[in-house]
Ligand binder design. Structure first.
Ligand SMILES: Cc1cc2nc3c(=O)[nH]c(=O)nc-3n(C[C@H](O)[C@H](O)[C@H](O)COP(=O)(O)OP(=O)(O)OC[C@H]3O[C@@H](n4cnc5c(N)ncnc54)[C@H](O)[C@@H]3O)c2cc1C
Length: 414
């Protein structure tokens, strides 16, 4: 059986290893699209901060690992796929035949459509090569203007500040991390960031970037400009799927997959940030772009590819974010369900906040700031759809009792 895996992020690597364990005789080829040994994007913030070096960012630290597992790494990109003759065309001119194909190509940064976005000094922060370029420019006093304060925009701030840069964040909407935090939680994260020396300009979006000597000028409209030595564009991601044009693989916000993570074309599977699967709470289709989901889907897709039918039960939307040391988290239906009860507790001076959203007698979602100790309990209650019984009323009165509620509910003592 010939397995070709396109993409060597966490989904692709775990899939390759899982196939090998399930089928010692299979031929496994892993395409690395960035001319790098497989690495984890999630480690980039720690690399920027200097906590780890380039070895630490690799998914498997031992360079001989893949060879020993009989996984062939090919440094090339997939250019197109002919699903009728089961062939992948590569950027190096070769074609690879496959019996099973896994698409694990993740996503790529969205591109701002403004004049000057291609100027030197403009970067995004998605790949290891982006991180190297940022580190080469960022030093004490470097004026960095960053467009975007989503998950990635927030999680890289600490690394940038640790280099001594002068950081200004532009936020198109009124709120930082608005796709995972309600306005109260977002407001705390903003105040915290400002207290750490970050300038945050909300409802602000650049019109253009201009070269200004060796530096940049960020045009904010109405005659306002900001000088910058580096402009970071972190405004979200799009799927990276042009190479599937004409393949017959159906695509929505990502590759549409069934419960076995197989696409509309038999023999072609998808996993990770590129796959549009289902939410385990709502059953609604979604792209859940987090590493634990990529790993879980990589493993499940691989078992199916190796002939061991395995259902993907859906994934929970949850994010744990550290913004310059402040831990926040969001889970499931954090913005509530129609007619659902909710409860919250706020201590502004200590940057602590917890908001719980209920769906009948169960917890459906949560937002937390400054409460890192309850993350496992919240996830367990929400993902496990545990009945709270009398604990619902207690949580409505005091949301911080989630650990006790989880212990009771998971032990059937409600
Ligand atoms: C700075 C940063 C911080 C993050 N922090 C967290 C975090 O704290 N927690 C969390 O859960 N998630 C985090 N994420 C998100 C997480 O990294 C992704 O969810 C995860 O990497 C998805 O894994 P994947 O294997 O699906 O895709 P990716 O890791 O994106 O890997 C896709 C691979 O496919 C390759 N590829 C693309 N196109 C082709 C092609 N045509 N041919 C061959 N190869 C191709 C790419 O080069 C890449 O190697 C972070 C992301 C970033 C950028």
């Amino acid at each position: 059986m010939r397995h070709v895996i396109v993409g060597s992020g966490p989904a692709g690597v775990v899939a390759a290893e899982t196939i090998r364990k399930a089928d010692p005789a299979a031929e496994i080829t892993l395409l690395c699209g960035e001319a790098e040994a497989p690495y984890s994007r999630m480690a980039i913030p720690y690399f920027l901060k200097g906590d780890i070096d380039e070895t630490g960012i690799r998914i498997r630290k031992d360079a001989g690992h893949y060879g020993r597992m009989g996984i062939t790494l090919v440094q090339a990109r997939a250019r197109s796929v002919d699903t009728a003759s089961r062939l992948v065309d590569l950027s190096n001119g070769r074609s690879l035949p496959y019996d099973r194909l896994l698409v694990a190509t993740g996503s790529r940064p969205s591109r701002e459509q403004i004049p000057g976005i291609d100027l030197p000094g403009v970067h995004t922060c998605w790949t290891l090569s982006d991180a190297r370029a940022i580190l080469a420019r960022a030093g004490p006093g470097t004026r960095v203007v960053q467009m975007g304060a989503g998950f990635v925009g927030c999680i890289i701030m600490e690394g940038l500040l640790s280099r001594g840069v002068d950081l200004t964040i532009l936020v198109r909407s009124g709120y930082m991390v608005r796709r995972m935090m309600n306005p109260t939680a977002s407001g705390l994260i903003r105040r915290w960031s400002e207290a750490k020396g970050v300038k945050v300009l909300t409802r602000t979006q650049p019109r253009a970037l201009r070269a200004n000597g060796g530096a940049l000028q960020v045009d904010l409209g109405n005659g306002r400009t900001l000088p910058a030595d580096m402009y970071l564009s972190v405004v979200g991601v799009d799927p990276d799927l042009e190479f599937l044009d004409g393949s017959g693989v159906k695509i929505g916000r990502g590759i549409l997959v069934d419960e076995h993570l197989e696409s509309s074309v038999p023999g072609v599977f998808a996993a990770g940030d590129v796959a549009e699967s289902v939410d385990c709470l709502t059953g609604q289709r979604q792209v859940n772009a987090i590493q634990p989901n990529a790993v879980d889907q990589g493993r499940t897709a691989a078992l199916n590819m190796a002939g061991r039918p395995t259902r993907f039960r859906g994934s929970l939307v949850f994010n744990v974010l550290t913004t310059v040391g402040l831990v926040s988290s969001s889970f499931g239906q954090w913005n509530g369900v129609a007619g659902g009860d909710w409860a919250e507790v706020l201590d502004e001076s200590r940057y602590r906040y917890m908001n719980l959203q209920f769906d009948g007698g169960r917890l459906a979602g949560a937002n937390c700031v400054g409460f890192s100790e309850n993350i496992g309990a919240l996830r367990g209650l929400i993902e496990g759809r545990l009945r709270l019984g009398a604990w619902k009323q207690r949580l409505l009165e005091n949301p911080t009792l989630v650990m006790q509620a989880y212990l009771a509910a998971s032990g059937g003592k409600v």
